[in-house]
Ligand binder design. Structure first.
Ligand code: PYC
Length: 309
């Protein structure tokens, strides 16, 4: 199996370019179901240690349902499958460009949660016009052991987020282990109390946010992804969820620029427009860099052929 590794604002994406399973020609959510039901071992082999890690997001290129789409893509990580992945789309577009499969310009990419529009400007830079994003619930209070009451919003940006400015410590690199531990506690409390996204969907991303030290940056965040790894990038779907909350509170106007910084200091530029249905459509712009081209080898007698689960 051949993969290309890239990073977007420090967050890794691993794209399978050869040797992945054929998932047929159903809708992307049907193909994702097929992958999860019959080929979940492939996800584990590609993304789990020792061949990869908790920090990375994998991307399987699939048959799109229409020729107008440049590609279909299913994102996954060590914990399972992601509806969408903003940093991952930037990684996929840079990977396709590196392989000479796409040129600068607009590319429609199909994901299990909808079609997104990626604009490749060259020079590693990609804008992602995301799926419609919205705040589902405002000011939800959860009682977290050791922390007490934490107030946050539940929002959709292609994945489900609980967003709070009640960060348990400063959003700085030396606090990453503590922020990771407490964000996982919050996720557990949400699940234990039946607090979900719409239609009972699990809230699998927790986002702390605060102001930035830099005057040109609007917000700094820490995002805990499904599993135990934090996002090294500002998180495209998390920034979309944040933009949806800001729009709902009339704190950011349509087309206004919003700069989101990650815990590692990388940034995404964000803005939104309102479509004819009145929905918030965020656009996230960031850069991605290729950092590896690898043939993965799975020897028959390797006790960790399937990865460490
Ligand atoms: O950029 O949307 C994102 C993302 C989700 C999980 C990791 N990155």
């Amino acid at each position: 199996m051949r993969v290309i590794d890239s990073h977007t604002g420090g967050e890794p994406t691993r794209v399978i370019i050869e040797g992945g399973p054929d998932l047929g020609s159903g809708s992307l959510s049907e193909q994702c179901q097929e992958l999860a039901s019959n080929f979940d071992h492939i996800r584990k082999m590609v993304i789990n240690e020792p061949r990869c890690s908790d920090a990375a997001v994998g991307a399987l290129l699939c048959n799109p349902t229409s020729q107008k789409y440049t590609a279909g893509v299913i994102f996954f990580n060590t914990a399972g499958y992601l509806g969408m992945c903003g940093h991952g789309i930037i990684g996929v577009i840079n990977t396709l460009a590196y392989l000479g499969k796409i040129q600068e310009g607009e590319h429609l990419i199909e994901t299990p949660v909808g079609v997104i529009k990626a604009n490749f400007y060259g020079n590693h830079t990609v804008s992602v016009e995301n799926v419609a994003s919205y705040r589902f619930k405002k000011d939800i209070i959860v009682n977290v052991p050791e922390l007490g009451p934490i107030t946050g919003d539940i929002a959709w940006g292609g994945n489900w987020f609980f967003l709070t400015n009640n960060a348990p410590a400063a959003l700085s690199m030396e606090n990453i282990p503590y922020l990771s531990y407490q964000s996982i506690q919050i996720r557990r409390v949400l699940a234990a109390n039946g607090i979900t996204g719409e239609n009972g969907a699990e809230i699998d991303h927790i986002e702390f946010f605060t102001t930035s030290d830099s005057g040109s940056i609007d917000s700094r965040n820490f995002v805990m992804c499904p599993g135990g790894a934090y996002d090294r990038s500002p998180c495209g779907t998390g920034t979309s969820a944040k933009i949806a909350c800001l729009a709902a509170d009339s704190l950011v106007k349509a087309e206004e620029l919003w700069v989101q910084e990650s815990i590692t200091g990388s940034t995404f530029e964000a803005s939104y427009k309102v479509n004819s249905k009145g929905e918030i459509i965020p656009t996230i712009t960031g850069t991605g860099y290729i950092c590896g081209e690898t043939t993965l080898i799975f020897q028959n007698n390797d006790p960790f052929r399937m990865g460490i689960s």
